[in-house]
Design a binder for this molecule. Sequence first.
Ligand SMILES: [Zn+2]
Length: 131
Amino acid sequence: MFRKWSRKKYNGYRLERRIKAKETVFFMLGDKCAHCGNADKRVLQLDHKHGRHGEPRIDNLWEALLYGVEPFDKYQLLCANCNWIKRHENNECKINLTEKQQWMKAVNILNKHIDAAIAAGLPVLNPRPIK
Ligand SMILES: [Zn+2]
């Protein structure tokens, strides 16, 4: 009983800290979309100015920024619309793949499933890799 309450309290404290850190980071980045000026906090997102390039996501990014573990100048605030438009223009999203690229991606996933099924000794009707 004591432990449950203690965990709950700890999680609440962590959440409160995260929210405060996020609010501070937003304030330091201008509290509005760097592109269109939208200041509605419900749609503001933290954007990697030059893309993430497959770097792993940083755990607790808000505090990492506040304590200088991550440099502030790598990031900007964008509203969801500007962020998605930027992703499209930089070819960072799936919808920009050609039909053939989308097909090849699906085929690769399917072949991985077939390989896994074969490795697990499951019966596979047509084990040839699809091309
Ligand atoms: Zn915007």
